[in-house]
Design a protein around this ligand. Sequence first.
Ligand SMILES: C[S@@+](CC[C@H](N)C(=O)[O-])C[C@H]1O[C@@H](n2cnc3c(N)ncnc32)[C@H](O)[C@@H]1O
Length: 233
Amino acid sequence: MLSIADHACILDAATPHIVIERGVRLLHIWKLAETDAEHCAILLDHLNPPPGARILDAGCGVGEVARLMREQRPDLHFTLLNISQAQLDLAPAGMPQLLASFDDIPTPDESFDAVMFNHAICHAADWLTTFREAARVLRPGGRVLIYDMERQHGDNHLLAHHTHSTAWPWQQTRDTAALAGLDLVGVWFPEPVDTPLLRLMGDEAFYTTVFNGVRPMVMVLARDDSTNQGAQP
Ligand SMILES: C[S@@+](CC[C@H](N)C(=O)[O-])C[C@H]1O[C@@H](n2cnc3c(N)ncnc32)[C@H](O)[C@@H]1O
């Protein structure tokens, strides 16, 4: 298994090529609408942040989700977090950037109203650690948006080997998040209208083998507001 540093190196080498030469700015397997803007509007509807919300885009890619959401909701304040400097270098201006892992977020407790992981928590080495860190930086009642893969059958062997990611049944994701004080608000399994990753890879047999048994999932969680995550007994 690659270390996070190795992973960042691979992404650093690949992303500028994808973004600049192929014009792909959303690093998503599936799209839920014809245009990138409509796709991100669907994700934003699920998160439904309050006016003026401070949102952490954890594993932000080149910040395209945040850029499109900000176009739709200029009142929102996005912070971009990534382990890849090359991706942050391609991100839009006017959004604070954090070069860091989502397992060790360099902001105080309760700094955000929402944290989103768009095809990002799949790269977590330990999902519970990542959820605990998201819960720590969320205000009580704050929300987490996950847009990612859900595993319906099979195992993660090929997925982990080829994409350094894992996909779990939605109940396992819900139960792991609950251990971090993040309670399920809702889960959806939308039908994709496009598979940009397949077009990028250009190898249907390989794509079908690696992504066998997974489907798109949108999950929204809320930090339990009856507990103080940082409090000691
Ligand atoms: C498949 S891309 C998705 C990018 C972006 N969220 C989007 O929607 O286009 C996965 C992203 O997670 C980032 N990532 C992976 N592991 C990370 C970690 N431990 N901490 C922060 N970012 C991470 C990668 O650098 C990359 O930007």
